[in-house]
Every structure is written in C-alpha cells, then in structure tokens.
Design a protein around this ligand. Sequence first.
Ligand code: HEM
Length: 143
Amino acid sequence: MFPRPTPVPPPEERALVHPDVDRAFIGALVRDFYGRVRADSRLGPIFAAEIQGDWNPHLEKMTDFWCSVILKNGAYSGRPVPAHLKLKQVQESDFDIWLGLFRETAEARCPPGVAEIFIDRAERIARSLKLAMFFRLDARPAE
Ligand code: HEM
C-alpha cells in the first residue's frame, strides 16, 4: 500500500509565515489604511456616521480580523456580513474605492511579495460581502 498524499490546503487557508509580518505590522497597516479611509470624501462620512468618538476599538477589531485572515491565529470571531448589511448608504461601487485605498496601503507598507497576499484576501472577502449585500435573483419573468 502507498501512503495517501497529504492534501495541501489552498494558499488562502494557509498562514503567511514572514519575519516582518506580525501583529505589530498588521496593526500599523490597519491604522494607515483607516487613516486613508477617514480622509476619503466618499468613505469618510460613511465611517464617521458609524464610529463616533474613539476609533481604537474598531482599529483593534480590524487588527484581530487581519491577523486571523493572514496569520490564521483565530484572533477574530465576529460576523462581518451582518455588520455590513445594516449600512444602507453603502453602494456596490464604494467597494472599488475601499479596495483602491487598501491596495495603495498594502503596496506602500508591505515587504516584497506580501502586498499581493493582503490584496488577494481583501478582494475575495469584498466579493463575498458584495454578494451578501447586493446580489438579488431577479424574480421578474424575461420579456
Ligand atoms: C465600501 C466598503 C466598506 C465599507 C463602507 C465598510 C464599512 C464598515 C463599517 C462602517 C463597519 C462598522 C464599524 C464598527 O462599528 O466597528 C465595518 C466593520 C467591518 N468591516 Fe467593513 N466596510 C467595507 C468593506 C469591508 C471589506 C472589503 C472588509 C474585509 C476585507 C471589511 C471588513 C470589516 C470587518 C471585519 C468589520 C467588523 C465587523 C464586526 O465584527 O463587527 N469591510 N465596515
């Protein structure tokens, strides 16, 4: 009998192991990104309406989230879909702005080869959030 080959999980399910990418690195990236979001004329007011006063709890939660996504350390245990479903003023095109700022931040801060990983994960999650928020089967019969 031959041993069964060990199944290799897809890249998005594997932890990134890189000497520079730890919680401190991710926390700084998150703070830089939300600085850009808050300065954006379209996204800034959407976030300002939801987060009044102290931004630190949100920034810590988002650091947990990105540590879970990238380092697979289980730091985040929230539910992003309901948090976004209640944001009635968000349009599908706002995700392009969000992703553009995220890409800029990741490219500015990450060591070689790492920005692509953050951006790929962000795009996948954005796609599933957009499906949850905007996808509707059109029930009308074709004309
Ligand atoms: C136009 C796009 C987006 C807008 C306007 C938006 C806005 C928001 C707002 C206002 C909150 C609530 C903040 C709070 O009360 O703490 C939030 C939470 C969150 N967002 Fe987004 N978001 C967007 C896209 C994304 C994307 C693409 C991701 C992931 C890659 C993401 C991940 C999260 C997570 C993990 C939370 C915390 C949910 C929880 O556990 O409470 N968001 N977002």
